[in-house]
Design a protein around this ligand. Structure first.
Ligand SMILES: C[S@@+](CC[C@H](N)C(=O)[O-])C[C@H]1O[C@@H](n2cnc3c(N)ncnc32)[C@H](O)[C@@H]1O
Length: 428
């Protein structure tokens, strides 16, 4: 059992341990699409693409994907843009991008001008980097995989699944080809594996015998996948997708102010969707579980410190506004080491040197339906939204229910501070 206690200020960012020791994975992606991070482009073109306003735009199926939360995020961001403090959101940064469903929808609908995606999982980052900058070749490879293997189904398709599951790049493969093949590997496994999970014990859809009505190719519609990959290339080409980084969340949040200082503090917003507290190590290759996402049983206790580090950073160090979604675990808003505080509390030095503000932290509960790798399809859930967007602009209604002030929950807080994340969520 891990007791919740505040981490030391400025605690070092976690190095995603799951990357180490995975042959051919760690160097699948570069830290950015180009040799260096892409600079700021003042001009962006109008978005005129058939997928721009569509409900689903991501080529990846992702456990915990936030498509159903996107309209709520849009409401919150649009309301913030009515405030004197924000007015426009020129860049939305998503440090835990995964399937990036929320970012794609928000930029497609014009809620934000541009997006920047980042993920610590090199396979996921390689996918987005190639989809952005080399979409034509990725589409060709996707169609080749479909026509030569997946469309045939049966043992031929399952043998190809085994191939990609164990694939490592040949030693002398040049970096660009390694990245392309890693992107194909990510897409293939995502489209053909149960729940889109890229690791662990999840097997091919339809099982190895393929004796079910839903076979390995049932989630692979080549025309739809092609259109979605082309949309990513379009966003990159028009400057709407600024870059794709393969970085730990903390490096992403530290590097944005360095690279785009002209956006501080209020024209850039981070949308953070970290791995769930209860299930993350089962769902993602890189989870907050320091042992990586490979263990058959998730150890929520092991990951607790890393959730605390994120909270400490967001409460004390974030130089721009943020919007955070979490599974509604009670301790998140009752523990002082997490998000019980109603305001950010930066050090005097960070206030003076980095301009970190004391923004109010607003909290809302959102009823949603999500699929997180369960067998029962989508189920009702509650999501917690926390944000430093201007407090007076955040809507409060049945769709965005306020959380009772901390004073009314002192008893719960005391208990939460004594217990661990390993208890199940009240909403699970
Ligand atoms: C909950 S998922 C994000 C899902 C996404 N919002 C969507 O709609 O598909 C969390 C993501 O965080 C990534 N991740 C885990 N630990 C990370 C870390 N330390 N830094 C950056 N990304 C991390 C995982 O690889 C995973 O893709």
């Amino acid at each position: 059992m891990t007791t919740l206690k505040a981490p030391p200020p400025n605690a070092a960012a976690p190095v995603p341990a799951a990357v180490q020791g995975l042959p051919g994975v760690a160097d699948a992606a570069g830290s950015a699409i180009g040799a260096t991070e892409r600079g700021w482009q003042a001009e962006v073109s109008e978005i005129e693409h058939p997928l721009a306003h569509s409900r689903y735009q991501s080529p990846l199926r992702y456990a915990g994907a936030k498509s159903s939360l996107s309209p709520v995020l849009a409401r919150v961001l649009l309301a913030a843009k009515q405030s004197r403090e924000v007015r426009s959101i020129r860049l939305l940064v998503e440090p835990f991008a995964g399937g990036a469903s929320a970012s794609l929808r928000l930029v497609g609908d014009g809620v934000v001008d541009r997006i920047l995606l980042a993920d610590a999982d090199p396979l996921v980052a390689a996918f987005w980097q190639v989809a952005a900058a080399d979409s034509g070749r990725l589409i060709d490879r996707m169609r080749g995989e479909w026509s030569r293997y997946v469309s045939h189904g049966g043992s031929r398709a399952v043998a190809r699944w085994d191939h990609w599951r164990s694939w490592t790049p040949p030693r002398h493969m040049v970096a660009k080809e390694r990245r392309l093949s890693s992107a194909v590997r990510c897409l293939f496994l995502n489209r053909t594996t149960f729940s889109g999970i890229l690791h662990g014990r999840a097997g091919p859809i339809g099982g190895r015998s393929q004796q079910t009505p839903y076979d390995i190719g049932c989630r692979w519609n080549p025309d739809a996948v092609e259109e979605r990959i082309a949309f990513i290339g379009y966003l990159y080409g028009t400057g709407r997708l600024v870059d794709v980084w393969c970085k730990d969340w903390r490096a992403t949040l530290d590097d944005v102010p360095e690279l785009y200082p002209q956006l501080l503090p209020s024209n850039v917003v981070a949308y953070l969707d970290p791995p769930y507290i209860d299930k993350s190590a089962l769902l993602y290759r890189i989870s907050f579980d320091p042992a990586g996402g490979y263990r058959a049983r998730a150890s929520a206790a092991d990951s607790a410190d890393l959730h605390l580090q994120l909270a400490s950073y967001l409460r004390r160090k974030a130089q721009f506004r943020w919007l955070l979604s979490y599974d509604a675990h009670e301790s998140l808003t009752t523990s002082r080491a997490l998000y019980r505080a109603t305001r950010m509390n930066p050090s005097r030095i960070d206030q003076l040197q980095l301009g970190v503000r004391r923004w109010t932290i607003s909290k809302r509960l959102v009823a949603t339906r999500y699929s997180a790798g369960g067998r029962t399809g989508k189920r009702a859930a509650e999501e917690l939204l926390l944000t430093t967007l201007p407090a007076s602009s955040i809507p409060t209604d049945d769709g965005l229910r306020p959380i009772a002030p901390p004073g009314e929950r002192d008893h719960a807080a005391d208990n939460a501070d004594r217990t661990s994340f390993s208890g199940s969520s009240p909403n699970a």
